[in-house]
Design a binder for this molecule. Structure first.
Ligand code: NCD
Length: 309
């Protein structure tokens, strides 16, 4: 295998179905190995650098956990304010510096295209952990892994994506992967937060069945899975517009009661108010299992880009 050795992970469109199968298999294998042992030694001596220019809980901590479970080490820039970024250092200079210390870089940055900029100057693998409203490919892979584990198959699915489809990088990456499986898609959003036209047109060009609607109940009643997303407050220029839209879609006990069928619910998290906590005990609520799967997927990706799988 080793097809990802030395490669960057930048965009959901870079993977073939075959590669996805391999990544999911390696993630499953690591999950099994971790049942037997707390940690492995595959990446002993390797160092991962984390460059997070935007807030993160799950993505950063799961990359750190993944690297440490594989026996490797992690160095991090800490906050932007405590690094030389605060002195005005360019992204290219920071990246070229970090390459002198580490074997791979994980980067999150508010500018779309920034991970690619980093990869262009880095001789080591760069993994995009979210570039502005652009892409979040490792989240998409853990989402696909979770869908397969929860539903049993990736074939013949109908998925409703709900919320901020304009600014949400997780859905922008996930639709790229789902398009390889001919998934039927509902895009549920307020008019102002529709999926970018270029993405929708590209999907339709690939023969994917896409329906755009504002009606979450209708979409949910015809779907196997609801992928909820947070309204991305930090991307709004006009905060009054955010306040107007933020309560638009909420899943609660009342909604699930009216739905009258079991549905799988994913969310990349963090949530604000779009899934009420009472939903957490619903059998189809899979978002915390989804969080855990992030560790196995990131173990697979780190092992692969570092040439050990
Ligand atoms: C997402 C992100 O940062 O894009 N979080 C994550 O990585 N799980 C989703 C979000 O912030 O809404």
């Amino acid at each position: 295998m080793g097809s990802l050795k030395g490669k960057d992970i930048l965009h959901g469109n870079q993977f073939s179905r075959k590669e996805i199968d391999v990544i999911l298999k390696i993630a499953s294998d690591f999950k099994k190995e971790l049942k037997k042992k707390d940690s492995l030694t595959l990446l002993r001596g390797k160092i991962l650098a984390t460059l997070f220019y935007e807030p993160s809980t799950r993505t950063r901590l799961s990359f750190e956990a993944a690297m440490q479970r594989l026996g490797g080490g992690v160095i991090g820039m800490g906050s932007v304010e405590s690094s030389s970024v605060a002195k005005g250092e360019t992204l290219a200079d920071t990246v070229q510096t970090v390459c002198q210390y580490a074997d791979a870089i994980v980067i999150r940055h508010p500018r779309t295209g920034s991970a690619k900029e980093a990869a262009d100057v880095a001789p080591i693998p760069v993994i995009n952990a979210g570039d502005g409203t652009g892409q979040h490919p490792t989240q998409a892979l853990l989402d696909i892994y979770t869908i397969k584990k929860e539903i049993g198959s990736l074939k013949n699915l109908t998925i409703a994506m709900v919320g901020d489809l304009k600014n949400g990088r997780t859905v922008h990456a996930l639709v790229e992967l789902l398009s390889l499986f001919q998934t039927r898609l509902y895009f549920v959003s307020p008019g102002a937060l529709r999926m970018p036209e270029a993405i929708t047109a590209n999907l339709k060009g690939k023969g994917i069945d896409v329906v755009e609607t504002e009606d979450m109940m209708k979409a949910a009643s015809e779907s196997d899975l609801l992928y909820m997303t947070r309204i991305q407050k930090e991307r709004f220029e006009d905060l009054s517009e955010y306040e107007r839209i933020k309560g638009y879609y909420i899943i609660d006990g009342d909604f699930l009661g009216k739905l009258k069928k079991k549905i799988t619910i994913l969310h990349p998290l963090p949530r604000v108010n779009e899934i009420s906590p009472e939903v957490d005990s619903y059998p189809g609520a899979a978002y915390f299992r989804q969080v855990r799967n992030g560790v196995f997927i990131r173990m697979a990706l780190l092992a692969m880009v570092l040439g050990k799988r």
